[in-house]
Design a binder for this molecule. Structure first.
Ligand code: UDP
Length: 236
């Protein structure tokens, strides 16, 4: 399957048409941004890591009964996916306090929550992805009530699977972001699952193994991404 016209260029990926209108090719870049594009940089090899890690988890999640965009990995950076219409919600799942939650609630990072939280932001660069709730999403027609329920159900199931998998390799899944799309009128998991979109802390030392190393200038960003790949058995 070949890349035709580029339909979209995001911060971390490009999207291309193919000769099948129901299939796109995602191409993962090394470009890194934070704080809604205000900080820019490169994480060498990140595109390859994120492509492979996302595809690994999408295949696992399909087996757990969660439909995803994944079709076929074409090479190190490119993957054939189902062409979806993205639901303009950032679906965030939290297990441990961190980031914007800690700031908003005035709670230090690293506190285990009594149960996982699923929350929504409205995907909008000019508005800096404002925090919204289910009523905003349905009242503004961003998603139907049924879609919101499906999204929350899938998000909780993804969390259960990922928590277990990461725990088995000594990593705490602090929080992460998912995006969903519509395909044949059904909600499926879209976007990516990678250290760009998750907070991953070493269980023993709490060392950060994710994009916070880039956001907060902690150094060894590439090493952290490769460490996660090694622990997942995806790299030597
Ligand atoms: N996240 C993301 N993209 C965004 C916002 C958040 O991938 O545009 C991820 C982020 O990496 C973290 C989780 O979602 O794992 C929760 O992020 P938070 O709301 O704390 O925002 P942040 O502090 O990253 O701005």
């Amino acid at each position: 399957m070949e890349k035709l016209e580029q339909v979209y260029e995001g911060k971390a990926k490009k999207v291309f048409k193919t000769d099948d209108p129901k299939k796109f090719i995602l191409s993962y870049k090394d470009d890194a941004t934070a704080f809604n594009g205000k900080k820019k940089g490169t994480i060498v090899g990140k595109g390859v890591v994120n492509n492979k890690m996302s595809n690994f988890f999408f295949q696992k999640l399909e087996k757990e009964g969660i439909p995803t965009i994944y079709l076929e990995e074409l090479n190190d950076r490119d993957t054939l996916v189902k062409a979806v219409e993205i639901v303009p919600l950032e679906v965030i799942v939290r297990n441990v306090t961190a980031g914007s939650f800690s700031k908003r609630m005035g709670i230090e990072e690293g506190k285990e929550l009594l149960h996982p939280i699923v929350e929504f932001s409205y995907k909008s660069d000019p508005l800096d992805d404002p925090f919204i709730n289910d009523d905003y999403a349905t009242a503004l027609g961003l998603a139907t009530k049924e879609e919101v329920e499906t999204i929350k159900d899938y998000a909780r199931k993804v969390n259960e699977y990922l928590c277990k998998h990461f725990k088995s390799v000594g990593i705490r899944l602090v929080d992460f972001k998912l995006e969903f799309g519509r395909y044949d009128g059904k909600i499926i998991l879209a976007d990516e699952i990678s250290p760009d979109t998750m907070r991953l802390w070493d269980y023993e030392t709490n060392e950060k193994l994710d994009k916070d190393r880039f956001r907060r200038d902690l150094g060894n960003v590439e090493d952290a991404y490769h460490e996660v790949m090694r622990r997942l058995g995806l790299e030597k």
